[in-house]
Each structure stands twice: as C-alpha cells, then as structure tokens.
Design a protein around this ligand. Structure first.
Ligand code: IPM
Ligand code: MN
Length: 372
C-alpha cells in the first residue's frame, strides 16, 4: 500500500516520540512491502515562534493532502503560565480538528498483563480492563462563543450541541460496541445540563437501532468513581468533548502511565493518530519520554487502513518490549531505557508472523490480536 503521511511533531516531547513511531512504520514498510512517504510540518508553539500562527496554512494544506496525520503533542510552559496570551499553541490543534472535520476521538484503554504492577490500583480491580472511549471532538464548550468583559472580571464559554453532531459519533460508537462486547455507556450530566439532556434523548433514540447492544447512561461524577473501583465493567464509553478530555486522562490512571495510550481522531475524510499524552516540556530532549503511546498510534493507523497483520506485528513487538522490561522510567521496574533505545528495540522486533512461527505464540498470547 502507498500512503502519504503528514508528521506533525509539535511541541515538547512530540517530535522525539514521533521519531520512534516513524522507525516502526519504516520497519513495517520493509517487512510487509509497503511504501509510505513522510512530510513534516510545524504546529503549536514552535509554529507560533516561526511566524505567529499555531496552524500555518501550509501545515493545514499538507494535512488535507495526506492520507493520514501522525501528531506528536502540543503546548508549552510559556503559554500555560500566561493566561493572557491571546495566541496559544492549543488553538492550532483545535483548528486542525475543526478544519479536517475530525469529530470522533477514539481512545482505547486496555490493561497489559505484563504491566499490571504499574497501576496504582490493585490487580484485582484492573484485571480484564478493556474499554474504548468515543469522545466528541469538534463541538461543545471547546468551540462555543467565548467572552471576557472589558475589565477582565467576567468570562463565559458557551456549550452547544446539535442533534446532528451527537448522532454521527453515536452511530460510530454503537457500531464499535456491536463488534466488541456489546455494551455502550453514555456519560453525561443530564441531571443539570441541557446539552446532556439532548445527548441522552438522541442517543437513546439511536439505541433502538442497535438492539444487540446493551445501552446505559451514567453521570460523569459517578463514572470517575466507577473507573477507579470497577473499570472492567466498561466496553464502549461515549461522551461529549470536555467530559471526554477529562475522562480519558483519568482513564490512563488505570493503566498506570499516560505514556502508553494512543488515540485516533477520525472524520469523514481525514484521520489523525496521536498519543494521549501532552507535550511534557520538562522531558524534552532528555531521551526519557515513553514512545509507546506514539507507537500504538501507528497500530491504530495501520488498523484504520485495514492493515491488520501489520498492526498485529507492531503490537506484538511492543508486548515483547514489555515482557523483556525494555521500557522507559515511567514504567515500574524498568531498567531505565531511553526513548531511542525502546523505539529501536520495538522497530527491530517487527516481524511478519507468517515467516516467523515463533511469533505466533505472542499474538495468541495477546488474547485479542490488536489493542482496540
Ligand atoms: C487532548 C488535549 C487537548 C484537548 C489540548 C492539548 C487542546 O488535552 O487531546 O486531550 O484538550 O483536547
Ligand atoms: Mn486532554
């Protein structure tokens, strides 16, 4: 397969972890005879310092012309510590999502047997955890009208949702639940918010078309408790933009490290793949960031293009690194391997299971062959 891939490393550790993801893609090209081309473009704080625009026109154009986007991370301390900055790195990402119509953000959360000890939660609580969050990505409070009065003493952010915006992601989430364990949980705050009541109405109506999926609703405050006490009850979680942002970060606690989880942002025409984690500027250039979230983003990308064998091969190589303890310092018991070393190890262990009978055991051992 030929694929044009846009590389948007962004800020902080973004470019370092993306470089490891590219190594793995190159290994996939070689092993499975594909041809991928890569073009880099600036976004975020780095783009602001180049020409004052967090999403330069050429970057947006490159993304539109590519088959897929691999995105690193965005954000810089300079802006985090200055609430008055009007131009901010995050605006680049938000605009990119909107312009490309990436309305569904898909974040799988699965406990890896080899890393159970890494979670702060007891083994018996996290055992069997395997769910996926469908977060609406181009609506809600992130994009509603924002106001600040003249003397900067009163501010507001409007949260708006249309039935259409809710329906399109809801269908994706139900279809996913149908293929998985047949459970969908809508997370909202329908006891307080009008937008949540609209979500509940629309999703409940749509649920009639998916009788094989068990549908339930939970309030956002309760789900935080459930996630920490009984995460294995969840299969597909569907929620709006802001709740989804917070919920996905909280879900990473179950796994024990933000550095392990990938996400896919998809729309009708474009698709972008990136780690859950932020730009972690304190770690930039230190060769300590965990590249696994970026590498798992490659797995999601390969699955998106129907390259399942390739996705399995990358996933199996990552599992092997876990088993051998070739992990970065955020993983307990790690021998403190560097970002580069872990990236090289994983890329070097990507093999075609048809040609290496030994690797089959690894795949079978995963239970499911892929991470979604
Ligand atoms: C995420 C991030 C972004 C978000 C930021 C960087 C704008 O936190 O993808 O979870 O809030 O959506
Ligand atoms: Mn977030």
């Amino acid at each position: 397969m030929n694929l044009k891939i846009a590389l948007l490393g962004g800020d902080g550790i973004g470019p370092e972890v993306l470089a490891q993801a590219v190594k793995c893609l190159q290994a996939v090209e070689e092993t499975f005879n594909h041809h991928f081309t890569y073009k880099e473009a600036p976004v975020g704080a780095i783009a602001i310092s180049n020409d004052g625009n967090p999403l330069p026109t050429e970057t947006l154009q490159l993304c539109k012309d590519s088959d897929a986007i691999l995105f690193g991370a965005i954000g810089a301390l300079k802006y985090d510590n200055n609430p008055e900055a009007r131009i901010r790195p995050e605006q680049g990402l938000l605009k990119l999502r909107k312009e490309l119509g990436l309305f569904a953000n898909i974040r799988p959360v699965k406990v890896f047997p080899a890393l159970v000890k890494n979670s702060v939660l007891p083994k018996k609580v996290i055992a069997g955890t395997d769910f996926v969050i469908y977060r609406e990505l181009t609506g809600g409070i992130y994009y509603g009208k924002k106001t600040l009065n003249e003397d900067a003493t009163l501010a507001s952010d409007l949260c708006e949702y249309s039935e259409k915006e809710i329906a399109r992601i809801t269908h994706l989430a139900f279809k996913a639940a149908k293929k998985r364990r047949g459970r969908l949980t809508l997370v909202d705050k329908a006891n307080v918010l009008e937008t949540s009541r609209l979500w509940r109405k629309v999703v409940t109506e749509i649920s009639d078309s998916y009788p094989e999926v068990h549908f339930e609703c939970q309030f956002i405050d309760n789900i935080f408790v459930q996630l920490m006490t009984n995460p294995s009850q969840f299969d597909v979680i569907l929620t709006e933009n802001m709740f989804g942002d917070i919920l996905t970060s909280q879900a990473s606690i179950v796994i024990g490290s933000m550095g392990l989880l990938p996400s896919a942002s998809v729309g009708n025409e474009n698709a972008m793949f990136s780690p859950f984690h932020g730009s972690y500027p304190q770690a930039k250039g230190k060769n300590i960031a965990n590249p696994v979230a970026a590498i798992f983003s490659v797995v999601l990308m390969l699955q998106h293009f129907g390259l399942y064998e390739e996705a399995n091969a990358v996933s199996a190589a990552v599992q092997k690194s876990f088993k051998k303890g070739i992990t970065t310092t955020d993983i307990l018991g790690s021998d403190k391997y560097g970002t580069d070393y872990v990236g090289d190890y994983i890329a070097d262990h990507i093999v075609d299971s048809d040609e290496d009978p030994n690797i089959n055991d690894e795949n079978i051992g995963l239970g499911k062959s892929t991470i979604i």
